[in-house]
Write a protein that binds this ligand. Structure first.
Ligand code: ANZ
Ligand code: ZN
Length: 854
């Protein structure tokens, strides 16, 4: 083809990419500026722990899309803050250092250098002048400062009680970091130990941590996990009375079942246990307690396991029914929830049911299921009256479980029976009425309970932020004065824990022995360090003014940049980091230091990238693919295209070599388009209105799709348009002003996604400056408007609605449009969709599983 402006070499990303990376870095293109003439945009990745293995292509699914957004926003005229730093303090780093026999300082520096190199390699546009490292004294000085702030605000306190202890990590852990007896690092066998520890009072913010979720644009699944984690329960405390006249309150969410309590259970740790147990039972009770405290909460609460327990020999009186019921001790009742005591209602609570079964205790039905409830059949009450039951028929006080053959507790709604003056009420109403009644009689009150516990921050480990506290014989607990910060982490060659349960720092007298800041007498330093989640709870604030040394952040910079506009990372951080950071922000806001209460306005979680065979990428499976190799073979831009195109952003997907090959072919096609079709000197006479319309639609779609995190369809839009252009080139239909204009614009549209090839083309086609400093193209609404058609939608063969679709809508776009319609969703009504057909321009058809059977 003619029209060459100059000799075009072949597309060789390996030559182009490092050249531009050096050039951009040298020109400070990505340094975040705070100028009043532009709006700001803060685009942040989760704080990575710089592991020794470096990045694999799975991590790139996080860093590439955020890079695209940062570049896109810059071109849209924003001052963009897109920083990177290292979550270098904490357990993973220390463990790596111990296994590899190097000091964590050295491994951290080595690993962060490697991460930085790899991130540059894939074209990330971070502002490296703002790089931070949480293990750097210039950073952790402020982590300590925040500890003191929490301390002064009454949000940090020391407590000695049973803590989770991981025998492998050799440290105490927060209850948040333990699940099913396994610690967050994957070690099983977590037990409990009594070690004095520091806690952060996150429970003070429980309600706001729930309500604040309504103000942020986060995935619903993460919000739900946080709500469940906080676990707010509304209920009542009801006072039962011992023979000696002492009150023991229970916490219940079901006051409507109070007449159904047939026994009473105390947690083994309950303070009343010792006083209640009658002498003949005492030995058995003590034996039971000793066994119970060693078990994990999970073991104790498992619904399946056989219940264990022991009778105290004592009885207690139900304040409403006046019944005397036996008091038991059982480990399924936890000391840390509610009041540590429950009323056992076996007919309506599954755990109580299991307990009653186990020990032959009576079961008393007080909520009768609606007659149409199929369960009634299963109950097999051999009583003809059941057919047309009336409330009177349910006077079954003395029914034993043998008679009733209740196969399980009836936990659903129903009508109250056997409940004195409340008989006949719907149980939901009963909750209200019994609540009022309890309050009137002064034997109960409203109560709210949370599952979430305070956050234990002490770690008996070396590699962390030293807790800035001193213990003095005269003055007690003394915070280290601000001007003495940082309390430096001393160098230590042998920093492995020694099994004593104390921090390795306790072995250094020169660290431990100090003088009291208040009385100047002899004092000892706290030797525990803070868990790594302390650093990640505030690091995002530091990026706004990373070199500021009069405080953790410069107030002006804080107001300018925060909150984070988009925050991107893996879904595994749903509760720990993302909850802790919200808590710190609220505490900092209450101290009057920041004007916002939620740190992350929008959150997105990328899907996992699995190995080629669909398994998790891991060193042990040997299926880890690293970007270095892919970049060497295909180029960073091809890797970027493939990572975005492989699947919707949030979806898990397996790696495919064919896929990255395809991405590379796409870039070759783009390159050739310019090599053969770009003519800067020609004067074009002709117009191509059809191409112009397509161009403006492409601009609109690419713009909207980046903003919506639909990177895969953003790429396919670019591919379709490139095909369109190639098509015209092949048919010789390309010497128009419209074609030329399209080529000019496509370079800009490509720039965020494939920054290197876009820059090279920009330069090859004789433009000045960097393509990344250009303004993002606008579309003309008249030209971009889709020609639409009314398409009937069938569900299981019947037309159930009509949607408006662009004539050139793809199957994917059509599905998106159809399934977002409430009316269609109603028609499907929860049935599983089996197949979907779209006959372009004619009909959209949905076949459901149930529909197929019909
Ligand atoms: C009587 C009852 C009857 C209950 C019934 C439930 C159903 P959530 O929703 O999780 O807050 N409970 C209270 N304190 C406990 C503790 N320390 N250890 C174990 N269980 C405890 O659960 C509240 C219910 O959990 C409470 O309501 C109590 O059992 C139990 F048909 O009281 B319920
Ligand atoms: Zn002192």
């Amino acid at each position: 083809m003619s029209g060459h402006v100059r000799e075009w070499p072949a597309y060789r990303p390996q030559a182009i990419e490092p050249k531009w990376q050096r050039e951009w870095e040298g020109r400070g293109l990505y340094e975040a500026r705070e100028t009043p003439d532009r709006p700001e945009f803060y685009c942040l990745d989760f704080f990575p722990y710089p592991s020794g293995e470096g990045l694999h292509v799975g991590h790139c699914r996080n860093y590439i899309p955020t890079d695209v957004i940062a570049r896109f926003k810059r071109m849209q005229g924003y001052n963009v803050l897109h920083p990177m730093g290292w979550d270098a303090f904490g357990e993973p780093t220390e463990q790596f250092a111990i296994t590899h026999g190097i000091h964590p300082r050295e491994s951290t520096d080595r690993n962060t250098a490697n991460f930085r190199r790899q991130m540059t390699l894939i074209g990330c546009s971070y502002d490296w002048t703002r790089e931070i490292d949480s293990s750097d004294p210039r950073f952790y000085r402020w982590t300590q400062w925040f500890f003191l702030l929490l301390y002064k605000s009454g949000l940090a306190y020391r407590d000695t009680s049973w803590q989770w202890w991981c025998p492998v990590c050799q440290t105490t852990l927060s209850s948040h970091e333990v699940s099913g007896g396994v610690c967050w690092r994957g070690h099983s066998g977590v037990t409990k130990r009594e070690i004095p520890s520091w806690y952060f009072r996150i429970t003070k913010y429980a309600d706001e941590l729930i309500s604040g979720l309504d103000q942020v644009d986060w995935p619903e699944s993460i919000k739900t996990m946080q709500r469940n984690w906080i676990g707010r329960s509304e209920g009542y405390e009801i006072d039962f009375k011992t023979e000696a006249g002492e009150r023991i309150p229970v916490f219940t969410t079901r006051p409507d079942t109070v007449y159904g309590a047939t026994f009473f259970v105390l947690a083994p740790e309950h303070p009343m246990v010792a006083r209640l147990a009658v002498p003949s039972q005492r030995a058995e009770v003590e034996g039971y307690i000793a066994a119970a405290v060693g078990k994990s909460e999970i073991e104790r609460q498992a619904e399946t396991k056989e219940k264990s327990g022991v009778f105290t020999g004592a009885h207690i009186t139900n304040p409403l029914s006046g019944e005397r019921i036996p008091v038991w001790i059982a480990d399924y009742v936890l000391p840390t929830y509610g009041t540590g005591a429950v009323m056992g209602v076996p007919a309506h609570d599954q755990r109580d049911y299991g307990f009653a079964r186990q020990f032959g205790l009576p079961v008393k039905v007080v909520i009768a299921p609606p007659i149409e409830d199929s369960k009634i059949e299963d109950w097999k009450i051999e009583d003809p009256k059941i057919e047309d039951w009336k409330i009177e028929d349910w006077k079954i006080e003395d029914w034993k479980i043998e008679d009733l053959r209740l196969p399980e507790a009836h936990t659903g709604p129903g009508i109250m029976v056997n409940s004195g003056p409340f008989d006949g009420l719907a149980n939901e109403e009963g909750i209200q009425r019994i609540g009022e009644y309890l309050e009137e009689r002064g034997v109960g009150r409203r109560a709210v309970q949370y599952k979430m516990r305070d956050w234990l921050i002490s770690r008996q480990r070396y590699w962390g932020t030293p807790i800035p506290i001193v213990y003095c014989q005269n003055c007690g607990v003394v915070p280290v004065p601000e001007e003495q910060l940082p309390v430096l982490l001393p160098a230590m060659a042998d920093f492995a824990p020694d099994g004593s349960g104390r921090s390795p720092l306790a072995r250094l007298p020169e660290f431990v022995d100090t003088t009291c800041p208040e009385c100047e007498g002899p004092a000892r330093r706290e030797t525990d360090t803070m868990g790594g989640f302390a650093c990640s709870s505030w690091y995002y604030l530091r990026f706004a003014s990373p070199h500021y040394d009069e405080g953790p952040f410069e107030p002006e910079a804080m107001r300018y940049w925060m909150p984070v506009d988009v925050y991107v990372g893996g879904a595994e951080h749903a509760v720990l980091h993302l909850l802790y950071a919200r808590f710190w922000t609220k505490a900092i806001a209450d101290a009057g230091l920041v004007p916002f209460r939620e740190p992350f306005a929008r959150l997105m979680n990328q899907g996992q990238l699995l190995g080629p065979a669909g398994q998790r990428m891991s060193k042990s499976r040997g299926n880890v693919i690293i970007p270095d190799e892919m970049v060497a073979q295909y180029g960073a831009d091809a890797l970027r295209v493939y990572e975005m195109f492989m699947a919707p952003f949030e979806q898990d997907v397996a790696w495919s070599t064919e896929g990255i090959n395809g991405a590379r072919r796409f870039l070759n096609r783009i390159w050739n388009l310019y090599a053969e079709g770009y003519d800067a000197s020609a004067q074009f006479q002709e117009e191509d209105p059809d191409l112009e319309r397509r161009l403006h639609k492409t601009i609109r779609r690419v713009t909207q799709r980046i903003a919506d995190f639909r990177f895969n369809t953003m790429i396919s839009t670019l591919m379709e348009f490139a095909n369109e252009l190639s098509e015209r080139q092949r048919s010789g239909n390309w010497r128009s002003g419209s074609f030329h204009q399209a080529l000019e614009t496509v370079m800009l549209l490509l720039a965020p996604a494939v920054p290197h090839i876009a820059e090279e083309l920009w330069q090859m086609t004789g433009h000045a400056g960097s393509v990344h400093e250009q303004t993002w193209p606008d579309w003309n609404e008249d030209l971009a408007r889709d020609e639409v058609r009314q398409i009937p939608v069938q569900v299981d063969g019947k037309v159930r609605g009509v949607v408006e679709l662009a004539v050139d809508a793809t199957q994917e776009e059509a599905e998106e449009e159809v399934f977002s319609r409430g009316g269609i969703q109603q028609r499907i009504a929860g049935r599983e969709v089996e197949k979907v057909f779209y006959v372009p321009g004619k009909i959209f058809s949905i076949v459901t599983k149930a529909g197929q059977r019909m």
